[in-house]
Design a protein around this ligand. Sequence first.
Ligand code: SF4
Length: 235
Amino acid sequence: MPAKTIKPGRSDSKTVQQRRQRVASILPILKRAYPQAKCSLNYSNPLELLVATILSAQCTDERVNQVTRELFRKYRTAADYARVPQQQLEKDIQSTGFYRNKAKAIRAMAQALVQKHDGQVPDTMEQLVELPGVGRKTANVVLGNAFGKNVGIVVDTHVTRLANRLGLTRHKADASKIEQDLMQVVPQDQWTLWSHLLIHHGRAICRARKPRCTQCPILEHCPSGKKFIQDGTAE
Ligand code: SF4
């Protein structure tokens, strides 16, 4: 039997309106709290950001920035990464962890850039996610930050946690579903900045353990904050 299409009912659209309103209230407060919010990976062109984002999996941005300082001096073009032997690149990026897979991914991605895109990083979601080792999250980082295009919303561990605590999604951990929920309620021209703001707030105040709800500037708009303060979850 064909699956039934579920149309959003009245209550769903009301919920979406409420979530949009909540985002509209939160956004200016977070912008004031984190006026410098931006991508914390260092890069000077789309290729560097693509490489840095691949390296940032399971690694801190600080460590990635330490490694790329020398890496970006050594490798300047996609062709440079495409022809470096696997073992050499592994050595260059070792301290970022999972270096075998990361070196493999960077070399394969660079070879595809050379073969299919004249060595240039493409600026569409479709072309980016076709590159080996590049998923939607990496593509969103590159599109939003290196190309200034709001095509989607980066959902990392901080965005996942905050979207849940702020009641902006019903999906606990599925990044693509959380992204869809956020895209419904965050204005498109704010998508890239939205992720940076949540990541900054997640690091500074809304930490995974002991969130600082009593010091949080968006407490009055957060459905979890009062509960966390009452039950002792908050610091
Ligand atoms: S009130 Fe608490 S849970 Fe809500 S956003 Fe602020 S720190 Fe996070």
